[in-house]
Ligand binder design. Sequence first.
Ligand code: DX5
Ligand code: ZN
Length: 215
Amino acid sequence: MIKIAPSILSANFAAMGEAVSNLSEQGADWVHFDVMDGNFVPNITFGPDMCKALRPLTKLPIDVHLMVEHPGDWIEPFKKAGADIVTIHVESSERHLHRVLQSIHAAGMKAGVVLNPATPVSACVHLLPECDLVLLMSVNPGFGGQSFIPETLRKIRELRNEIDARGLNTLIEIDGGVNPETAKRCIEAGADVLVAGSAVFKAHDPAEMIKSLRG
Ligand code: DX5
Ligand code: ZN
């Protein structure tokens, strides 16, 4: 079953609590939480305090996508804030990705790495045994509302083959430009989790949109 993770980056920031508390009954599986530091990416969003404030409003897993330099510094703060899943970029300044993945697990959370569009699948292959999920960016990180990069589909197929050949359960998550049409292509290529920001939060009927993304 495909999981849908609405990205609250596209929600109304002035009504964030309401947006998050509605997600469960709208059919979402995870809450995707985009952390940007204005350094790794050219935008700033929110951090652990926002996660802590939203935590009591939903039972859904909070999926923290760290678009920051030194992601290892943020594992404990996000654990304390109630996060369930943390993903870190292989392109960040963190030199010891494997160690940070272990520290996410040691904190009792699910762990994964994220690959930018320009980063080959091979960059995560030796980390797969430590990854509950791999997030493939299908846009350049930093902003919602961008167009899906079709080359991502080749990366999904390549990663799917690698995961299946090794008999792993690692989930493939896709982030950026997901709409009903690109969602279908991602699912066909082997994706397990689809992040969707503008598609869900700009929809007249978010519940209906979540259903159609799931296919
Ligand atoms: C981009 C973020 C995405 C973003 C996706 O840097 O990681 O999660 O919110 O937004 P849409 O679905 O609008 O492309
Ligand atoms: Zn994201």
